[in-house]
Design a protein around this ligand. Sequence first.
Ligand SMILES: [Zn+2]
Length: 320
Amino acid sequence: MRWESGKTRSIENGMPWVDPHVHIMPPRRMAGLVRWVKKFTPGFPLSEDITAEEILTSIRDSEIPYFFNLVFPLWVEETEDLNRFNRDICAGIPEAIPFGSVHIETPDKGGETRRCMEEYGFMGMKLHPFAQRFPAFGPEMRPMFEVLDEHQRVFLVHTGFDAWYGMYMDMEEMESVIRDYPRMQMVAVHSLFPRFRLAHRLVSEYPNFWLDMTNSISCMRLFEDIKNQRDDIPPMAASLEMDDVRENYDYFFRLFEDFPERIMYGTDFPVGFGCYPALLDDLRFFGFDHEVEEHLLFRTVQNLLSRCGRPDILASLQEA
Ligand SMILES: [Zn+2]
């Protein structure tokens, strides 16, 4: 049920949905990703041989007009190949907005970032410090930040779910990077889940700090289900940081009240919490008003790309 694709632009919701978080990767990496998800999601319906065409079909069936395509190297050797892969595959997909990445051992991180921005025309870079297994905000990564700052481009970074990954992120180091590169637009993917109080303070202090609610909305819905003692709770709920969620609960809602124009809503498709209709349902579970929903589904990404000097990319989008 959660994995059926289908229309997301119904009559009562004519909004386009720009997805800032999709993974179309080379076959070997897709297989690894699906295998990894299957380890903790029994009954996960996707095959390890899922192809780019199949992913794209679901995206198109779900009427997603644009999406960010994200790759990240697990080994230093694949850095350049992976960035070229993303350039090449996205060149044939009008909906795709590609991002690059580097590894902590990539010798010339500034040079690779420059190639991604200047030659490949990428909108930014992405790091997943927990999957890539290195710190995202240490001194080694500063050459990448320098180039992103110079070009006023986007830095997407996985944040949050520390307990789930059994890893830790240095939030002070993160804040110093936000502060030191004011032209670089940092998007905290997963919105520091569940540290929404901290997310709220950072958004209020730094105009170059943005939030993506990928997976976090579904996890908060799960939290509500647990509170309401529903009996179909999936096993991963055990690793929700329940005490921390409770402590940050009010700030989750305050984020949408105070800063909807800085919050976007991605999916991690095809390996998140389901396909588009189910994930839209998770968002609508919270009953946010029309304006908030509009920002989450497309206006914030429009704002972000405008900040980067590319309002043209999403200029044609409007409500049906
Ligand atoms: Zn992801």
